[in-house]
Design a protein around this ligand. Structure first.
Ligand code: GLA
Length: 622
């Protein structure tokens, strides 16, 4: 929903086109008190995976095919696969089978990667029947085709592979690097399909596959998890999966991608989108997990005689299907934008009363994500009903389409209707100017009224609503758009990551500076955002100016910490291990921006933090 007053009447009353951006983006704060509006987008296709009962890690091959193992029983595990016609060059991939429900799923999953180069990440998979499922780093295979392991009753992660088949229950399929992959299929169950790094992916199973990016030929193992999320694998096996949370859930971790609005407004074209898709790959963004290329408002022109939505032909002369095919050929996914009203915020046709037709169009084109706004609503319409209608229409297509609700304040239904929902008004490329600034959006999503003046939500804040498949969305990123310093952009990105926010870049990634690219592709920070537990971090300090934020990560006594200096002078900020809830008195500390391991540290850690800057840490008690 939208909070700023100036825009609400237009959206609510359906009164034609939007205000010029320069006006509505800067509505004075004083208007906020009387402003009330709800806006939004959402989807319900979350096919929940099993309870981590069974895990299989696919084997990998150098150049030949390997068929993954299968686990037909509800509690058995299979690791690796038996190789058929292909050499597995290391590890016990392909042969190790573990049948104990709680056993560690074998060793050295994955064999070799990258054309004979010994793999670095075995696919140690654990979990079995444990509720947290297994952490799998997955073996990587580059250049070879691999059929992933199968899972019955649990999740299958890791293992470079094409999707594995399942005979029942849930499979996350497999993944591959540098090649094409066909998603897993499921009989009698659901499948999250496979994914591809640097290759193309064909959706399979109920929730389809997706591409994880990754440098072809690089160490691309262990891209991630749960079949629906990816974090890229350039460093190989850096991310683990969680059986119960990640398996088969749409948007199991916060969506990552790019959106046209912040930088290009209505200037979206086929050429732009293809260029962005190309840059997503060449910049290395895909390799660290960015996946969705989202076209925002103004791609539509009209409806045809049958009521079908028609893309603007001068902007998209090849149509949306051809564009989606191109984006998919890069191993990426395509998103679109519409509105629950009769018109979008910018005044082109909305989806009100055309939900089914539009969802079918999107699915037939191969659309993977829908942002759904809340402008120009029809007289007598009901917000929840309208969003639910579109969520159901998307689900009915059978295609996994992430539903992004562009409305806020309705936490009683948004988390069960979409995979993400906005938590406040539109972001602008400013640090602390008004309610649209990064600071205001952090205060709203990360805090609560009472802690920060201007925050709209009561204690304990919005973090309680976040989790795998449902995320608070403080809006798209402004990193690289020029209105803030690189220090501020680094803080913006770090705070979004510790809040487990969607990471949707909003700059021109075709021409970004080295500093911007460095921020957007920081795999250490992205791993915090994408942690499979899906916990949204919160401020834990008493101070609201020199702050400590904490986010519990998967792994015993493992936390992300942001030391955040909101003041105008550099200052020292200290985090104590006890304040994190850690029982250990000593911890290992890693600086996630300098990428430095700082070694064991007793009791606490202090750092000098620049004005408007952060120091971001990963802390592991020992
Ligand atoms: C609203 C949304 C923005 C953008 C525009 C498009 O303002 O909040 O993110 O989608 O509409 O008109």
């Amino acid at each position: 929903m939208k909070l700023y007053q100036g825009r609400i009447p237009q959206r609510r009353q359906g009164g034609g086109s939007r205000r010029p951006e320069s006006l509505w983006r800067r509505v004075p704060l004083a208007f906020l008190a009387s402003a009330v509006l709800a806006l939004g987008c959402s989807n319900g296709t979350s096919t929940d995976g099993g309870t981590g009962g069974v895990q299989t890690t696919g084997g990998s091959a150098t150049t030949s095919a390997v068929t993954g193992g299968s686990a037909p029983g509800g509690t058995s595990q299979a690791t690796g696969g038996s190789a058929t016609g292909g050499a597995t060059t290391s590890g016990s991939a392909g042969t190790t089978q573990v049948t104990s429900a709680s056993a560690t799923a074998g060793s050295a999953t994955g064999g070799s990667a990258s054309g004979g180069t010994p793999q670095t990440t075995g696919g140690a998979s654990t979990g079995g029947v444990s509720s947290t499922g297994g952490a799998a780093t997955g073996g990587g295979a580059t250049g070879g085709s691999v059929t992933g392991g199968n899972a019955t009753g649990g999740s299958a992660t890791g293992g470079s592979a094409t999707g594995g088949g399942t005979t029942s229950s849930t499979s996350t399929g497999g993944r591959t690097s540098g090649g094409s992959v066909t998603g897993g299929s499921a009989t009698g169950g659901t499948s999250a399909g496979g994914r591809a790094s640097g290759g193309s992916v064909t959706d399979g199973g109920a929730t389809g596959g997706r591409a994880a990016g990754g440098a072809t030929g690089g160490a691309s193992g262990g891209t991630v998890l749960g079949g629906t999320t990816s974090a890229g694998g350039v460093s190989g096996g850096t991310t683990a999966s969680a059986g119960t949370t990640a398996s088969g859930i749409l948007a199991a971790t916060p969506p990552m991608g790019w959106n046209s609005w912040n930088k290009f407004g209505g200037g979206v074209t086929d050429t732009l989108v293809r260029g962005i898709a190309d840059a997503m790959v060449s910049s290395g963004m895909q390799a660290v997990g960015y996946q969705y290329i989202n076209i925002d408002d103004m791609w539509q022109s009209s409806r045809d005689a049958s009521g079908n939505i028609v893309p603007n032909a001068s902007k998209f002369p090849n149509g949306m299907k051809a564009l989606a095919d191109y984006v998919h050929s890069k191993g990426l996914k395509l998103g679109l934008y519409s509105d629950r009203g009769t018109k979008t915020c910018a005044g082109v046709p909305g989806s009100y009363s055309y939900e089914t037709k539009d969802a079918q169009s999107y699915a037939s084109w191969g659309v993977d994500y829908l942002k759904y706004d809340n402008c120009n609503t029809a007289a007598g319409s009901n917000m929840q009903t309208d969003y639910t209608n579109m969520a159901n229409a998307l689900k009915a297509t059978g295609r996994p389409i992430v539903f992004s609700i562009c409305a806020w304040w309705f936490y009683n239904w948004e988390p069960t209707t979409g995979q993400l929902w906005r938590t406040g008004t539109d972001i602008t490329d400013t640090w602390d100017t008004d309610s649209h600034s990064v600071i205001a959006l952090i205060n709203n999503n990360g805090g609560w009224s009472g802690r920060y003046s201007g925050a709209s939500y009561g204690s304990p804040g919005l973090a309680q609503y976040a989790g795998p498949g449902h995320w608070n969305d403080p809006d798209m990123l402004e990193v690289g758009n020029g209105g803030m310093t690189d220090t501020e952009y680094q803080s913006h990105f770090s705070l979004w990551a510790i809040m487990a926010a969607p990471l949707i870049a909003g700059n021109d990634i075709r021409s970004m500076s080295a500093a911007t690219k460095n921020i957007l592709t920081n795999a250490d920070v992205i791993a915090v955002d994408q942690d499979p537990l899906g916990i949204q971090g919160k401020p834990i300090s008493t101070s609201t100016t020199l702050e400590v934020w904490s986010k519990k990560l998967s792994g015993n006594q493992t936390y992300a910490v942001v030391l955040f200096n909101r003041t105008t002078a550099s200052a020292s900020i200290t985090v104590t291990w006890a304040s994190l809830g850690m029982t250990a008195t000593s911890a290992t500390v890693r600086d996630l921006w300098s990428h430095t391991d700082l070694g064991p540290t007793a009791t606490q850690y202090a750092a000098t933090v620049p004005s408007h800057g952060v120091v971001m840490l990963k802390v592991v008690g020992n």
